[in-house]
Design a binder for this molecule. Structure first.
Ligand SMILES: [Zn+2]
Length: 471
């Protein structure tokens, strides 16, 4: 007797052969997939406590959002979007998050988790850099992790780290940027930094306390925010923490043209100080060259592509074809919830599979299968979780069902093309994470009703905008 039998769907296994089973079934016992195959075989071999009829549904591994930020979801739509990275960062994001307390962060986490589950995400890598290094910061972290636990989702909580004092060049830049909105309640540039020892020991404490909690659904990583905001000692210390605690490290790299020193690339610098390798997941990598890509491949470093946020900030986007051709594993992130403007990876797949072709005048440059891999198997490789991202016996029971009975998915000829080019993410109907049903029949079951959450999030967001006076 198995716990759950998903029966009669079109199963995109995302296994090593990328096998699609037209009338397939999946058996789940506890939190693991125990059988996958044609329905007549799997249904014959197993009786189940609960049968989920997947007729007319597409069955996929739970999606992995490999780079994202949570708390700023409450700033969505509340600012003039004509801003580049530093304008947005210093006039909007830091001002808004600096005005939030732990209760506000928990509300953001609830909205974020709700939308993620409803979009088929079962694992996300949260980068959380705008928190102070004191009891207020710890309270915000704890409030969020409690919400993720209740939501039943997998979170890799990557605690953003900053320990470098802002130099004169940065202070001058921030002054000029903030002059645009003098009435906004800005946070001082060093507000979210602390000394190296405090930063490293705090992150290590978080790993020791929370990594592996929530029945194994909660992970904690060190996350130096950007190279320009951390010392070499902090970068090295973060990578050592990752090695010591068998986790990974993530950093924003080469997101803007003016990041990095003039004489050495960010990638080369990270390589030189011993911070590249399989435990390093770099976000963005827009401003890199062939040599950087080769170094990333040689070191086994992986890259999270954040196509939508990069386009929104007018920053360009990463040369994903070049990275893939060099052998770099790439994955997809929705990045800041206010730059996508969703936390819905399916919504971005069409773009990933199209925009590179447009830029390179080659419509086949990123195939639909490669795009889908970036939110499933390749993302699992990038976060060093081979037990996620595919539907094969022994992997974790993270499974989603999409309803195919939609005008925009008709006629259904090729399921991978349909998901990548046609699906919107709103077709997600059922979500199982770690063997638990967290969305059923289109309703997220783990977080209460949406109406209450909608009111709470709307009111909280309005209060934050008012306190920070965001324009
Ligand atoms: Zn980011």
């Amino acid at each position: 007797m198995v716990d759950i039998l998903i029966s009669g769907g079109t199963v995109l296994t995302q296994n090593s052969d990328r096998e699609v089973i037209p009338d397939g079934s999946i058996a789940i016992t506890d939190n693991k997939i125990t059988d996958v195959g044609p329905s007549d075989q799997v249904a014959r071999d197993h009786s189940a406590e609960r049968v989920i009829d997947a007729t007319g549904k597409l069955v996929l591994p739970g999606l992995i959002n490999a780079h994202t930020h949570v708390s700023d979801i409450l700033l969505r739509g509340g600012f003039d979007p004509d801003r580049d990275l530093y304008d947005w960062l210093y006039n909007v994001k830091r001002a808004g998050i600096g005005a939030m307390d732990a209760t506000d962060h928990a509300t953001a986490a609830r909205l974020y988790s709700y939308e993620s589950i409803a979009s088929g995400v079962t694992t996300f890598v949260e980068n959380d850099g705008e928190l102070p290094w004191n009891s207020r910061g710890k309270a915000a972290t704890e409030a969020k992790l409690g919400v993720y636990d209740d939501a039943g989702i997998r979170c890799i909580y990557a605690r953003g780290m900053m320990d470098a004092s802002p130099n004169d060049e940065l202070l001058s830049l921030v002054d000029k940027v903030q002059a645009r909105n003098p009435d906004t309640v800005h946070q001082p540039p060093g507000q979210f930094a602390a000394d190296t020892e405090t930063v490293l020991s705090t992150v290590e404490s978080l790993i020791e306390e929370y990594h592996g909690s929530a029945d194994g659904r909660q992970s904690v990583w060190p996350a130096p925010v950007i190279i320009e905001a951390v010392t070499t000692e902090c970068l090295r210390g973060a990578y050592e923490l990752a090695e010591t605690h068998d986790v990974s490290m993530t950093v924003h790299v080469a997101e803007a043209a003016y990041q990095g020193t003039k004489t050495i690339s960010s990638v080369e610098y990270l390589r030189n100080i011993g911070c590249l390798g399989e435990r390093a997941l770099l976000a963005h990598c827009i401003y890199i060259d062939q040599r950087d890509a080769r170094i990333l491949a040689e070191t086994g470093t992986t890259v999270a592509h954040n196509i939508m946020s990069n386009l929104r900030l007018g920053g360009g986007f990463a040369p994903i074809r070049m990275l893939k051709d060099k052998g770099v594993t790439t994955c997809l992130g929705t990045d800041n919830a206010i730059l996508s403007d969703t936390v819905n990876p399916i919504n971005d797949l069409r773009l990933v599979a199209s925009v590179h072709g447009g830029k390179m005048h080659d419509p086949g440059v990123i195939s639909p299968q490669e795009a889908l891999d970036m939110v499933t198997v390749d993302a699992a490789t990038a976060i060093r979780r081979p037990d996620l991202g595919s539907l094969v016996p022994g992997t974790k029971a993270d499974v989603i069902l999409l309803d195919l009975n939609k005008p925009h998915l008709t006629p259904m000829v090729h399921p991978v093309r349909a998901v990548v080019y046609g699906a919107l993410g709103s077709e997600v109907e059922t979500v199982i994470c770690d063997g638990e049903v967290v969305m059923n029949g289109g309703e997220v079951t783990s977080l209460g009703g949406f109406y209450t959450l909608q009111q709470e999030a709307t009111d909280t967001a309005a209060a934050i905008r008012e306190r920070a006076n965001i324009m």
